[in-house]
Design a protein around this ligand. Structure first.
Ligand code: FAD
Length: 544
């Protein structure tokens, strides 16, 4: 274990509340005394980095007091045991890449565990990422990025089956939410395809769990928002990998036509000729004033095509819908179909789907290139200084029967009426089959109907330190609140994905509802009774 400390304890931390520690000057000393030997920093640079996140939205939470850089999972277990046995237990949060948007990975006045440092020690990724070809699974450290999981599996002609749109997220971070993308209709979210986990509970116990062993902890942690334990390893099943993807974008002038086609593709209206022909199904709303740079996906179209699409949007009253799909083929998954099969499937789709004729766009790309498609957009936005800006994202799940009411009120109403010129980013809308979600996990999703939609309003503002930036951010946040109010008033039973609520009442009443909340609290009492873990989520603020 590393024993280096890089700076004296300087943070101004000494509060009178129930969970405060003793003054900061003794912080490192206390942890050493309690047996925590890993590298810890409590200088301003380390704590500022650990409290910043992708959201870049100012957050009223106090910053963490220190950051732990573990070499081994045992370092995290020691920290958690130190907190548990301390007279004033202190908050501890695992932090993957900090892709949260509201401080969820921070630990107010506590210790943030920098998960990425696990992969940097003891031989790094090769030890914390290993593929079993015979067993058809990959064991990935909780800190590993999905893009590295993909590379490791592809080296053996294998691949996990469920993904997120963006792959530079950690395994532990997405499994704490759900992990969704256009494959979820068929394979469920990423939490539906995990075989086994190594977890360190809030009591500092290291537990290997699965559906057969400590099943309650396993289910609690999946979609558990970091509340029950730190995931240090996940075993993810693999299947033969395709080599390539036909990547398709089709434009629609109505939400009804888009959603009817999406539902046919995911197999709801069984009997339609298109059911099951696509391996990935998503969709988005294209607002005329969004601008080409406004989408991460803008590189798909030539200038001439973009101009035609913009003209169609004008004609359609300022709003278009885009169905995005992919058909995999070739490679080790050739049983699924080779090139002639994919051509046939595509022909059927282009004939049967009800998009605006003349507005079908197809690219042929490698499977890995398709899955890592958002990276391209990220690099462009970074180069333009538009990545580290505020991201007041709003993600919702809503039942299929209300998606068109939502489209009228939100896409054609709130988002069109109050122009937020300057805001950028995709507005995603696509359906998922509820039976691919496991109700025993902690993830919350609508369970009234067989199908529910996800709507991701993934907009970003301009830099917050300018007057324009502050105003635009305020406007976007007001719009998010208006959207939630609209759903409430219209009786649209939506729940947030990647949720944020300011207080426990919001979590209990708006997010979980009585039965799921009771189970969540029960699990918290069992696995983290002192409410140490992931305080940045603002679910529990005191011991149970
Ligand atoms: P962090 O922000 O570091 O942590 C998130 C939460 O998980 C915190 O509460 C933290 O304490 C907890 N946590 C982190 N690591 C662990 C661990 N090992 N064990 C236990 N708890 C842990 N999500 C999707 O589902 N689909 C998408 O397509 C998608 N696309 C995205 C694109 C971008 C550009 C971004 C920024 C986010 C996207 N997300 C998507 C959301 C993403 O899945 C979540 O933000 C996820 O939490 C990010 O992982 P992270 O490692 O950055 O987590």
């Amino acid at each position: 274990l590393k024993t280096t400390t890089t700076s004296p304890a300087t943070s101004a931390y000494s509060r009178g509340d129930a969970l405060a520690w003793r003054p900061a000057t003794s912080l490192l000393h206390q942890l050493r005394h309690l047996g925590v030997r890993a590298l810890i920093r409590d200088d301003a640079e380390a704590t500022a980095l650990a409290s910043a996140d992708f959201g870049n939205v100012s957050d009223a939470q106090p910053p963490p007091a220190a950051v732990l850089y573990p070499s081994l999972p045992e370092d995290i277990a020691k920290l958690l045991r130190a907190s548990c046995t301390h007279p004033s237990p202190f908050p501890v949060s695992a932090r993957g890449c900090g892709h949260s948007t509201r401080g969820q990975a921070s630990a107010p006045r506590g210790v943030v565990v920098d998960m990425m440092s696990l992969g940097c020690h003891a031989g790094g990724s090769s030890i914390r990422l290993s593929v079993s070809v015979d067993g058809r699974y990959v064991d990935a450290g909780g800190e590993q990025l999905w893009v590295d999981v993909l590379r490791a599996a592809l080296a053996h002609g294998l691949t996990p089956w469920s993904w997120t749109d963006y792959l530079h997220l950690t395994v532990g971070g997405t499994l704490s939410n759900a992990g969704i993308s256009g494959q979820a209709f068929r394979h469920g979210p990423q939490i539906s395809s995990v075989q086994e986990l190594d977890v360190i509970s809030g009591l500092g116990e290291m537990v290997t769990c699965s559906k057969d062993k400590h099943a309650d902890l396993f289910d609690a942690v999946l979609g558990g928002l970091g509340q029950f334990g730190v995931i240090t390893r996940a075993r993810i099943p693999l299947m033969p990998a395709p080599a390539r993807a036909r990547w398709v974008r089709l434009f629609y002038t109505s939400a009804a036509a888009l959603t009817a086609d999406q539902e046919g593709l995911i197999g709801i209206n069984l009997g339609t000729a298109v059911s099951g022909l696509m391996d990935y199904v998503e969709g988005s709303v294209v607002l005329a004033d969004q601008g080409r740079a406004g989408s991460w996906r803008s590189s798909f179209f030539s200038d001439a095509d973009a101009a035609r699409i913009a003209a169609l949007a004008e004609e359609a009253g300022g709003i278009l819908y885009c169905l995005e799909g992919a058909l995999y083929y070739g490679g080790a998954a050739a049983a699924r179909g080779g090139e002639s099969d994919v051509d046939q499937r595509l022909d059927v789709l282009l004939r049967e789907l009800r998009y605006a004729r003349g507005f079908a766009f197809v690219q042929d790309v490698s499977y890995a290139g398709f899955l890592d498609r958002v990276r391209d957009g990220e690099l462009k936005l970074r180069a333009a200084g538009l990545w580290d800006v505020p991201h007041p994202w709003l993600n919702l799940f809503l039942p299929r029967s209300r998606v068109l009411d939502f489209a009228v009120g939100v896409f054609h109403g709130i988002l069109r009426r109050d122009s937020t010129t300057g805001a950028m980013g995709p507005v995603l809308v696509y359906p998922m089959n509820r039976n691919r979600w496991d109700p025993d996990t902690s993830a919350v999703f609508p369970d009234e109907e067989e199908v529910f939609y996800t709507v991701g309003i993934l907009r970003s503002s301009v830099p917050a330190w300018t007057d324009d930036g502050r105003q635009l951010l305020r406007r976007l946040e007001e719009q998010n609140e208006e959207i939630l109010r609209f759903c409430e008033e219209m009786g649209i039973p939506c729940v947030q994905y990647l949720p944020y609520y300011g207080d426990q009442e919001g979590w209990e009443k708006k997010h979980f509802g009585p039965a799921k909340w009771a189970r969540f609290v029960e699990r918290k009492r069992k696995y983290d009774p002192k409410a140490i873990l992931s305080r940045g989520q603002r679910i529990f603020t005191s011991p149970l």
